[in-house]
Design a protein around this ligand. Structure first.
Ligand SMILES: Nc1ncnc2c1ncn2[C@@H]1O[C@H](COP(=O)(O)OP(=O)(O)OP(=O)(O)O)[C@@H](O)[C@H]1O
Length: 274
């Protein structure tokens, strides 16, 4: 079946400390597609991505190529799924190259040395994310955006058919936001990869993602083509900010949140500030 989902989540639910975080999420994504997960802070995007990449075991089932993803042993999982989590405060005493090289581990035996093919993969990944000149720089000395691109490069050399990236364009300037999403989309098309990203920029999501899922308070309130998910009324309700969606003649969607919205009014209510 050409369009059978490569990644299929059925009825995923997560509770933490008895608080529902995800409520019965089901979605299916064919190979070769870029899927964007959207939603306000705390909606459950990271939690969903962790379930899809077997970092978190919720209720329900995640099938990757027909197999329950939680049953893969750690090496097979790393060969199948590359993960880029949000950058945390972990300071790696490693160079960019060494961080990227970690992506080769799932394909190596314990004592294997780096070969020409590995070197080429690292060089290609450094090129792809524009970090050739930072190769020997300590990861901890990279800027936030460079760290983000370095972790994406690590995922690239992992050569896995499924990529899960949590806010991959966070910290990136406009050029690299577009460059990284173009790269991810190209990987879907040229290598038939299945890629899931969480994003906050809805216009960017509309420009690059094949399909979107919109989360609100742990519920998947819409999923499908960008034009079907990005409806002004639904977005206004979900993000609690008045919004309009413009459709350009060349097929692009632009989501504008209204600047006259005064979030500070509620912020300063009850405070003594003038
Ligand atoms: N380990 C945890 N302990 C307690 N609560 C948690 C834990 N992990 C997540 N949560 C809660 O689950 C909810 C969803 O969190 P999640 O990180 O998935 O949201 P998100 O949509 O990715 O948010 P953001 O846009 O801010 O990154 C939040 O209310 C969060 O506080």
């Amino acid at each position: 079946m050409a369009n059978a989902p490569a990644l299929k989540a059925s009825n995923i639910s997560v509770k933490i400390d008895n608080k529902p975080i995800l409520n019965g999420i089901s979605l299916g994504l064919p190979a070769g597609k870029l899927y964007g997960v959207l939603g306000p802070n705390g909606a459950g995007k990271t939690t969903l991505l962790k379930c899809l990449s077997a970092q978190l075991n919720g209720k329900g089932e995640v099938l990757w190529q027909g197999q329950d993803i939680t049953t893969l042993d750690i090496k097979s999982l790393a060969q199948q799924v590359a993960v880029v989590n949000q950058i945390n405060d972990t300071v790696f005493a490693l160079t960019s190259q060494q961080v990227i090289e970690m992506g080769l581990l799932p394909h190596k035996t314990l004592l294997a040395r780096r070969n020409d093919e590995d070197e080429k993969a690292i060089q290609n990944a450094l090129n792809a994310v524009g970090l050739v000149d930072k190769r020997q720089q300590l990861f901890s000395a990279l800027s936030g955006g460079e760290q983000q691109r370095c972790l994406i490069a690590r995922a690239l050399v992992q050569r896995s058919p499924l990529l899960i990236l949590d806010e991959p364009v966070n910290h990136l300037d406009v050029y690299y936001q577009h460059q990284i999403l173009q790269l991810l989309k190209a990987l879907c098309r040229s290598q038939n990869k299945t890629i899931v990203v969480s994003l906050h920029d809805l216009t960017l999501a509309a420009s690059y993602c094949d399909e979107l899922g919109l989360l609100s308070q742990g519920n998947l309130v819409a999923t499908g083509l960008p034009k079907d998910v990005l409806q002004a009324t639904l977005l206004t309700k979900t993000f609690n900010v008045p919004c309009e969606v413009k459709h350009s003649q060349d097929g692009y969607l632009q989501v504008n949140f209204r600047p006259e919205f005064n979030a500070q009014r509620s912020f300063f209510q009850g405070s003594t500030c003038a």
